[in-house]
Design a protein. Structure first.
Length: 116
């Protein structure tokens, strides 16, 4: 999967948009944040490190460790917030359908509550 295909998949979710917070500020910054337009919260960050495409996703606290133990391509992602985030190496042992499920789960954790 290419970086653009990964971005395009994330943008299929309602109100999702891409953000380049460090464009022009940090040399060769390739960090892409995918946010929800209504609350501006991030549900995915996409970047390359060590010649590998990676995505960080917000994760349910009860599921985070299970996923890390199940897939070699998933590890903790450094974030200074309450919910855990997982880092996934694209092209690792994480199947595409599982990657897409986790993207959707991350999105669900940040989308605005629409209860009436």
């Amino acid at each position: 999967m290419t970086k653009q295909e990964l971005i395009d998949h994330c943008l299929t979710l309602p109100f999702a948009y891409e953000d380049y917070p460090f464009a022009g500020q940090v040399r060769n910054s390739e960090l892409i944040l995918i946010r929800h337009n209504e609350n501006k919260k991030v549900f995915a960050s996409i970047y390359e490190k060590d010649d590998e495409l990676r995505i960080n996703l917000k994760c349910d606290p009860f599921e985070a460790d299970f996923l890390r133990q199940t897939f070699e391509g998933i590890s903790p992602a450094y974030q200074k917030i309450d919910f855990p985030w997982n880092q996934i190496i694209i092209g690792s042992d994480v199947p595409e359908d599982e990657l897409f499920r986790q993207i959707g789960a991350s999105y669900d954790l940040i989308k605005p509550n629409t209860r009436v």
